[in-house]
Write a protein that binds this ligand. Structure first.
Ligand SMILES: Cc1cc2nc3c(=O)[nH]c(=O)nc-3n(C[C@H](O)[C@H](O)[C@H](O)COP(=O)(O)O)c2cc1C
Length: 216
């Protein structure tokens, strides 16, 4: 155990892939996001679409978890889950949220902040209908974030819904669907040598975006 603790204190990665300057970045942050996402996909970053979704509860307690980014368009970012889950309750009480990507192979982090709303039913239906059958039935069986007495309880519910939907189209459960985050802040972080990283931030300025550099 001591060895593990020592090991952690000694880990030191130097980031050397190159700079990010104010001149490199696109004037529009969603295009900069798309550019970096494409590079991450090309670099075969595993789970490239996984992002930390940070929310805040009604009593101001923050909470983070990984979810998948499923769509993006201009400054809108879609993700899916159960509206009655912990994150669902947080987002109903406080619409402010943050998305964080970390792509270690490229030594990059992206932070996106904004306001979240439940997306239109058409988006949710389209995404739900494109999911594999097992996942569709799983959405009915799992009351996400609610307490389970055992794994068996979940398996039993799954078996029940499998029977119920046998030879039937699985419709989207009313408690399952998407949210869309409308971004009002972006930060593009490029790791640099000796912790002197590059941080380029976008903030709204009328119809355009103001670009700033932050200290690492
Ligand atoms: C790689 C990965 C991807 C995930 N994708 C999703 C997702 O798209 N939607 C989702 O609701 N949960 C996803 N999860 C599970 C969440 O991290 C979390 O356990 C779940 O949403 C319940 O969180 P909550 O209790 O805060 O609502 C994913 C977890 C991992 C590790």
């Amino acid at each position: 155990m001591d060895d593990l603790k020592k090991h952690i204190t000694k880990l030191r990665e130097d980031f050397t892939k190159g700079p990010l300057t104010e001149l490199d970045v696109n004037a529009l942050p969603h295009l900069q996001f798309e550019h970096w996402l494409k590079q991450a996909v090309d670099a075969q970053v595993p789970e490239v679409q996984a992002m930390t979704l940070s929310t805040v509860s009604e009593d101001n307690k923050p909470s983070g978890r990984i979810v998948y980014l499923r769509e993006f368009e201009n400054n809108s970012f879609w993700f899916y889950g159960n509206y009655e889950s912990r994150k669902g309750k947080h987002l109903a009480a406080n619409t402010n949220a943050a998305l964080t990507f970390f792509w270690p192979q490229l030594e990059r982090q992206i932070r996106i902040e904004g306001e979240v709303e439940i997306c239109d039913a058409m988006h949710s239906d389209n995404y739900f209908n494109a999911r594999p059958l097992e996942s569709q039935i799983g959405a009915w069986a799992s009351a996400q974030s609610s307490k389970l007495a055992s794994r068996q309880e979940l398996e039993d519910k799954l078996a029940l819904y499998k029977k119920e939907f046998e030879n039937k189209t699985v419709v989207r459960p009313p408690s399952w669907g998407g949210w869309v985050l409308k971004a009002n802040y972006y930060e593009f972080w490029q790791g640099r040598k000796s912790r002197l990283h590059d941080r380029i931030v976008y903030e709204p300025a009328g119809n355009l975006w103001k670009i700033k550099r932050l200290s690492p």
